[in-house]
Design a protein around this ligand. Structure first.
Ligand code: BV8
Length: 246
């Protein structure tokens, strides 16, 4: 199928938003597709602070398994096309990647300016907000914990540095994302169902700014009508053809 590349000028200001769909072809389960993560797990038990409080071991096993899976797979052509777009814009344009994904594949594909709004599988932090180390997180690639690890600083349980449902996004990361979107002329969403807030509302910031809005997704999500242009298909196939440098 003939697919003309998106006409992105080298001096454009571009924000890319990605979701689990861009990692699907690397072999990482999405959340809401059939067979997705939320079909196999009760969200309230594994992705909420209440779930962590009531069964921290279950939560650690859930995230340890996802970390193990993420470390075994590799970025796909879609991730590399995103990284190539950042290079294409490096000299005269502006580029920000906002990802909901926690799998680290964008970073492994060479993306530099990445706002990981929902955290990272490979970061761990203290669960106590009173702890001196509670606000910092550290890279932790240990693949599996037998027992729930404890903070070396205060002895409280450690937790994945992930934004769970009912938790606020990191204010600095969120405002950086909102600022970039409020300044962009192209907002490109890839592989996301647009089901989770506040990220689901980011396209509206782009629309209010008068930016061009483009969606690349396997199927039409609920918020497809927010996008001026929609390309249906697999991101690993479409992105190298749509993005310059891809
Ligand atoms: C908050 C943890 C303030 C990390 C995640 C307003 C209205 C309604 C509800 C709310 C609202 N505001 C807040 C809420 C509550 C809640 C929310 O949005 N609930 C929804 C579900 C109704 N939001 C929150 O709690 C957020 N916090 O707002 O704080 C607050 C505080 C207290 C009380 C109220 C408010 C925190 C949200 C973050 C939650 N953490 N995950 C992890 O474990 O990974 S969200 C989770 O969903 C992941 O991060 C994931 O990235 C994200 C979004 O999912 P997608 O990435 O879009 O993945 P999905 O499977 O859904 O879709 C994949 C898409 O890809 C599909 O469309 C598919 O067609 C497509 N696809 C598949 N294959 C391919 C493909 N596309 C292209 N190529 C392919 N090959």
């Amino acid at each position: 199928m003939n697919l003309p590349p998106l006409d992105i000028r080298p001096d454009s200001s571009v924000v890319l938003l990605t979701g689990a769909g861009i990692s699907a072809e690397s072999g990482i389960a999405t959340f809401r597709d059939s067979g997705g993560l939320w079909e196999q797990h009760d969200v309230s038990q594994v992705a909420t602070p209440e779930g962590f409080r009531s069964n921290p071991g279950l939560v650690w096993r859930f995230y340890s398994e996802r970390r193990r899976q993420a470390s075994l797979v590799h970025p796909n052509p879609g991730h590399f096309a995103v990284s190539a777009l950042e290079q294409f814009l490096a000299s005269r344009g502006r580029f920000t990647l906002v990802t909901q994904n926690v799998d680290g594949l964008h970073q492994r594909a060479g993306s530099q300016r990445v706002l990981a709004v929902h955290g990272s599988l490979f970061k761990t932090r203290c669960s106590s907000s009173e702890c001196a180390q509670g606000l910092c997180s550290w890279e932790d690639h240990s693949l599996h914990f037998q027992d729930v690890p404890l903070c070396p600083g205060c002895g409280s349980m450690l937790r994945p540095d992930i934004v769970w449902f009912g938790e606020y996004l990191d204010p600095a990361i969120e405002s950086a994302a909102r600022e970039a979107i409020a300044d962009c002329d192209l907002f490109l969403a890839i592989g996301t169902s647009g089901a989770v807030w506040p990220v689901a509302g980011y396209v509206d910031i782009a629309l209010a700014r008068g930016a061009r809005t483009v969606l690349v997704n396997l199927e039409l999500p609920a918020n497809a009508n927010r996008f001026a242009e929609v390309h249906l298909g697999k991101s690993a196939d479409l992105l190298p053809r749509l993005l310059p440098g891809g």
